[in-house]
Design a binder for this molecule. Sequence first.
Ligand SMILES: [Zn+2]
Length: 238
Amino acid sequence: MIKKRKKIFIIAAFLSIFLLLLIASYMLNPQPVHAMMVGFSSMEEHEEQVYIEPDIPENIENMILNDLEQSKERISGIFDGVHATPTILFVQSPHALEKYAQKNRTGQTYYTYWGNYIVIGPDGFNEDVVAHELMHSELRTRLKNKDKVPVWFDEGLATIVDHRYMSNENIRLDNINDLCSRDTFYEPSQVKENYEIAHSEVARWFGVVGKSGLSELIEGLNKGVAFNELYKAIESRR
Ligand SMILES: [Zn+2]
């Protein structure tokens, strides 16, 4: 009898801890959870997994869908086809921004166990931002949903399809490895310059190795080879 009670107590304790963790993560970070539940919201599904806030006027809606098609073409141009199937939300009102976007009116991608969710705000209703976020999702999908690249490479690759960035030959690229952690890369006073550094370095590398070098990198990472080793070796073989 005592044994049975003990067992029930242990199971109940575990369930309570699990539930508490779930509630705590929702309270700290409700937006990804709302994005996951978008199918049960008032957002309209226009194409499969593409949701647009109903208040957005039809002409803007058509522009958004057109930008999305063009953005997918940009991804195909780098990878020969698109593997990722993210759920994409376009939101505009302050209420929807608060619900789905983490203080970012441009674009963000949430990586969850159930898939990738891209939330685009009004400042991101254009091909550059949509292609940028699609690229994050594409790379992540090809890397089997694991963190295998430094943040500067992730952002640098996204800027290859985001024409807001231009290569700057005067930028110093030798300290690129200082930008591996998210905290350093996104440090507010440095972030703008860091994007430029990441863009210049990845555009330079991609210019040398091309599509075949990029797929070699992804293949190697998926086999467990270290990023730094692969990145240099692929370039030196060209
Ligand atoms: Zn990005």
